[in-house]
Design a protein around this ligand. Structure first.
Ligand code: ARG
Length: 585
């Protein structure tokens, strides 16, 4: 498929070249003054500097030399803009071609996306929302652009929280075979651990370690022994994983978030020796208070970048160790061109240290990009990190339940809702609407910014919200059903009757540009913004026209083709955000 701005840049570029200028100045963008034109080229201003000529003279020459057959308007405007408007026939062709399609601009690239990052044995909380939601969307956008993308959850499954649980279990059940020095994995058994056990034990042990230094030391020792592979501890760890991972999966499922790999920090363990070898081979390691560290500061640093600790004095690995070893693992498994990390912005120093260390040790080729994509905090109405009413951390599951319940309440009040649906269908729909509200409410924000979590705003059926978008799709569905036209019918439009239709088609023609920009900027908010604009334009069109009752058959047919095309674009964008549509509302 053709990317419209590139196609037009080709035409304008030809004209620049014909006039003796560099063709790269023919770059075309969507116009920011749709009342004047659909597209614009500002290349004459660049040309003015390079060729020492007035920009308007260049623009005028270029327009005179240009192939104008596709345009209803192509003109040079003072002080030097080139304004372009396609003929309706061409616009329709581009819009129908582009709708729902994404050109494979990232084909041939392998990208690992590290997102989600939950810690096993600890419940997911609101802080885990953004990594999951943003990561899933960026993964989908890059996949749509043709890249081979591997989403890896990078479970926190190898740290102190496991040591804390093991130590606490040992206190409570010293008789369990797993704690005996002669534990035998093949023949010994001990009781299973449930998710309820975990949700009680972890907070208990975590609190205890803060009050009791002896217990903290035990937990640290247990963590180190686990990492060394002590059989009894490994057996407990496996039981913890066996209940914790399905529990995590269930919540990610609800969020419509899925991972290609469920690797954890523990999977990096087998690459730690290689890592230490690489670091030692390059003479990067030095001892500091019994720990092994790598200096990563540079002369021109403006802020202090402390050394990375790769081994603690008790021989255990820490966060940076597993991240570095995981880079080796990813290089072995996938030879990626890029690794993207999607975590809270507050981890930026950690990643700066890890990336510098990885470069010094040459764990990956120089041209493999390591990109940290930090996101802002989810705040409460007071502008401080979101808390439950009693000041605790909001569990993600609780938040999703809240959204789902609030959506159900709205559905029950809504006049549009048909009474024919049974409760199960309604609950299912409410869940989808609630999740759409949360996801859209998150993704519409520029990812680096903090935002205020406001359930009632996110759930509104009007404005820049998930439910509004879903509602727009259901309006189109309902018209198509009444007209007895399948959603994926391929009737083609041949005529445009109003400016609002023209603007809609322009948006659709530009949908490929939108996705490519979102991919390049790693910015799902660009998709959200365009999704909203397309839906809002459709709503205006819908408000002005009676499609079903339109007596002129040709007009009705053209409008039907229009809304099918709009639907394709809305559905593509929703899919790229990882938001599920509902059939009716
Ligand atoms: N588990 C970590 C946390 O809860 C996030 C992991 C992010 N990814 C990474 N490769 N470090 O903070």
């Amino acid at each position: 498929m053709e990317i419209i701005t590139e196609f037009l840049a080709g035409i304008v570029g030809d004209a620049f070249e014909k006039c003796g200028y560099d063709r790269s100045m023919g770059r075309v963008t969507m116009s920011d003054r749709l009342d004047l034109c659909q597209f614009q080229c500002n290349g004459a201003f660049e040309g003015a500097k390079r060729y020492k000529k007035a920009p308007f003279i260049i623009a005028d020459e270029v327009v005179a030399a240009m192939d104008k057959s596709l345009f209803s308007k192509a003109e040079a405007v003072r002080p030097g803009f080139i304004n372009l408007t396609l003929s309706d026939g061409e616009l329709l062709k581009f819009a129908c071609d582009a709708a729902g399609e994404v050109p494979a601009v990232n084909a041939g690239e392998t990208i690992v996306i590290d997102y989600g990052g939950p810690n096993v044995a600890k419940p997911l909380h609101i802080g885990h929302l953004r990594s999951a939601v943003i990561g899933e969307s960026i993964k989908r956008i890059l996949k749509a652009c043709g890249a081979r993308v591997i989403g890896d959850i990078h479970l926190g499954d190898w740290g102190l929280q496991i040591g804390l649980i093991i130590s606490e279990l040992k206190h409570r059940h010293p008789d369990w075979r797993c704690f005996a020095p002669d534990f035998d994995e093949g023949s010994d058994t001990f009781p299973d651990i449930t998710i309820e056990d975990l949700s009680e034990i972890y907070p208990f042990a975590s609190k205890k370690s803060k009050e009791d230094d002896g217990f903290k030391r035990e937990a640290l020792k247990a963590t180190a022994d686990l990492q060394k592979g002590q059989a009894g501890y490994m057996a407990v760890w496996k039981k913890i994983m066996a209940v914790s991972v399905p529990d995590l999966k269930q919540i990610y499922n609800r969020l419509n978030v899925s991972f290609d790999c469920w690797y954890g920090e523990s999977d990096a363990e087998k690459y730690v020796d290689k890592l230490m070898e690489a670091l030692r081979g390059k003479n990067l390691v030095r001892e500091s208070d019994g720990a092994l560290v790598v200096d990563v500061a540079k002369d021109d640093d403006t802020a202090e970048i402390p050394p990375v600790i790769v081994k603690k004095s008790d021989g255990s690995n820490i966060y940076a160790t597993t991240d570095l070893a995981t880079i080796i693992q990813r290089q072995c498994d996938f030879s990626p061109n890029k690794i993207l990390y999607i975590t809270d912005s507050r981890q930026s120093l950690h990643f700066e240290q890890v990336f510098r260390c990885a470069r010094l040790a040459q764990l990956i080729p120089d041209d493999t990009a390591l990109e940290f994509l930090g996101f802002g905090t989810v705040n409460g109405p007071d502008g401080k990190p979101f808390k439950t009413r009693d000041g605790g951390t909001m569990r993600l599951e609780e938040l999703l339940n809240m959204a789902s319940a609030a959506a159900l309440e709205k559905l029950n009040e809504s006049a549009h809702m048909s009474d024919e649906e049974d409760n199960e269908q309604k609950t299912d729909k409410a869940e989808k609407i609630g999740i759409a509200a949360i996801k859209f409410g998150d993704l519409i924000n520029q990812k680096s910014k903090d935002y205020i979590f406001d359930m009632s705003k996110f759930l509104a059926f009007e404005g820049k919200t998930g439910p509004y978008i879903l509602y727009t799709v259901t309006r189109i569905n309902s018209i198509l059903k009444k007209l007895n036209v399948p959603y994926d019918s391929n009737i083609k439009p041949s005529e445009i009757y109003s400016d609002i239709e023209r603007e809609l088609y322009l948006k659709m023609a530009l949908s490929a540009d939108t996705v490519i920009k979102a991919a390049a900027d790693r910015a799902p908010n660009i998709i959200c913004e365009n999704l909203y604009q397309t839906a809002a334009l459709f709503s205006r069109f819908y408000h002005d026209n009676r499609i079903i009752d339109e007596p002129n058959a040709a007009k009705r047919e053209n409008w039907t083709a229009l809304i099918i095309t709009v639907r394709k674009v809305l559905m593509l964008y929703l899919n790229l955000l990882g938001i599920e549509a509902v059939d009716s509302m």
